[in-house]
Design a protein around this ligand. Structure first.
Ligand code: SAM
Length: 304
C-alpha cells in the first residue's frame, strides 16, 4: 500500500512538472505579479527610485531611435499617437503644448498636431496634466488608465495609430511580450511606426554583457532547444514589419532602441512563452520560443 501511495505521489509531481514544462510554478508567477502591482500602485515616498514616470519629450527624443523625431514632426491633425506606458504623460503633454517643437522637424506647420493619447496602468496624472487637459478636447489629448494594453479592444481605442511609442513602459514590463507586440502592431496603421527600447539586453551585434555582474540580462529570449535568441533577431522574424536595432552603449544600463515600421496587414509575431519573471523596475524576464517558425531557413548570422 505504502509503495502505491509513493508511486502516485511521484506521478503527480511529474504530471505537474510536465504540464508546465519548464515554466515557473503559477504561484511564483502570481507572487511576482503581485509585487509588480505594488510598484505600479506606489505613491509618494513609496515609489521606487528606479521607477521613472516623468520623462519629457526631450528625453524621449534622445532615448528613442532618431526616426522618432521625424515621424512625430510629420504628423498632422488627422493622425494619432499612442504612448504606451506613459507614466505622468509628460512627453505627450510636451508635444501638445509645443514645448520641444524645435526638436521635431516640420512640427507645428500648417498641418496641425496629431491626437495624442497617454496610456498607463495606474493614473499618474499631475496638476500640470489636468490644467492642460482643461484647455483641450479629447480629440487633442487623452489619458487612459486602469487597465493594461491587452485589456483594451481595438474598437475601444478607435482608428489605427500612425505612431506608437513605449519608453520603458509595457514592452519592458509585460509578462506576455509576444502578445504585447501583436496587440501593438494590430493598433498601428500600415506605414506607421512603433518606437521602443529595452534596457540591458544582448544587442544585435552581441558585443555587450549583462550590466550587473553575476546577473542575467533584464530581458532574455531562448529558442525551444534553450539556445540564446536576441531580441532584435526575434523582432526581425515578425512578418510585415521593417526593423532597426541600435545599441546605445553609453546609457547606464545600456539600452537597445528599436524602430519598427509596419509594411502590410499580415503581421505574425513568433510566440514567446514566459519562463521567468521577477518583479522590478523593469522586471527581470526570460521567454522561450514556442515554435520553431522560420528557424530552418534563417541565415546563420541571424541565429546569434
Ligand atoms: C517606468 S514607467 C515609464 C513612464 C514613461 N514612459 C517615462 O519614461 O517617464 C512605466 C509605465 O508603464 C506602464 N505599463 C507597464 N505595463 C503596461 C501595460 N502592459 N500596458 C500599459 N501600460 C503599462 C506603467 O503603468 C507606467 O505608466
Amino acid at each position: 500500500m505504502k509503495l502505491i501511495i509513493i508511486v502516485v505521489l511521484i506521478l503527480e509531481v511529474w504530471a505537474v512538472k510536465w504540464s508546465y514544462g519548464q515554466q515557473p510554478a503559477p504561484r511564483v508567477f502570481r507572487e511576482e505579479a503581485s509585487k509588480q502591482a505594488q510598484i505600479y500602485n506606489s505613491a509618494g515616498q513609496q515609489v521606487p527610485e528606479g521607477y521613472v514616470i516623468g520623462r519629457s519629450l526631450f528625453s524621449y527624443a534622445f532615448i528613442l531611435p532618431p526616426g522618432f523625431r521625424g515621424t512625430l514632426g510629420r504628423l498632422g491633425a488627422q493622425d494619432r499617437w499612442l504612448d504606451i506606458g506613459a507614466g505622468e504623460g509628460h512627453a505627450v503633454l510636451d508635444y501638445r503644448m509645443s514645448k520641444y517643437d524645435v526638436l521635431l522637424p516640420g512640427a507645428g506647420e500648417s498641418r496641425g498636431k496629431a491626437q495624442a493619447i497617454a496610456m498607463s496602468i495606474e493614473d499618474r496624472r499631475t496638476a500640470r496634466w489636468h490644467d492642460a487637459a482643461a484647455t483641450m478636447s479629447e480629440k487633442q489629448l487623452r489619458y487612459l488608465s486602469g487597465r493594461r494594453l491587452r485589456e483594451y479592444s481595438s474598437e475601444e481605442l478607435g482608428r489605427q495609430f500612425q505612431l506608437i511609442t513605449d519608453v520603458l513602459g509595457g514592452f519592458s514590463y509585460t509578462r506576455f511580450v509576444s502578445g504585447f507586440m501583436e496587440k501593438t502592431l494590430g493598433l498601428l496603421a500600415v506605414n506607421g511606426s512603433f518606437y521602443t527600447v529595452l534596457q540591458d539586453v544582448q544587442s544585435e551585434s552581441g558585443e555587450n554583457r549583462p550590466f550587473y555582474p553575476g546577473s542575467p540580462f533584464l530581458t532574455e529570449l531562448v529558442r525551444r532547444d534553450g539556445s540564446e535568441l536576441k531580441v532584435c533577431a526575434w523582432l526581425k522574424r515578425i512578418s510585415c514589419v521593417e526593423v532597426t536595432c541600435e545599441l546605445k552603449a553609453d546609457s547606464s544600463p545600456p539600452i537597445e532602441a528599436y524602430g519598427i515600421r509596419k509594411t502590410c496587414n499580415g503581421v505574425v509575431v513568433p510566440e514567446l512563452v514566459p519562463i521567468h519573471f521577477e518583479a522590478g523596475t523593469p522586471p527581470e524576464r526570460r521567454f522561450r520560443m514556442k515554435g520553431a517558425l522560420r528557424e530552418a531557413s534563417e541565415p546563420a548570422d541571424a541565429r546569434n
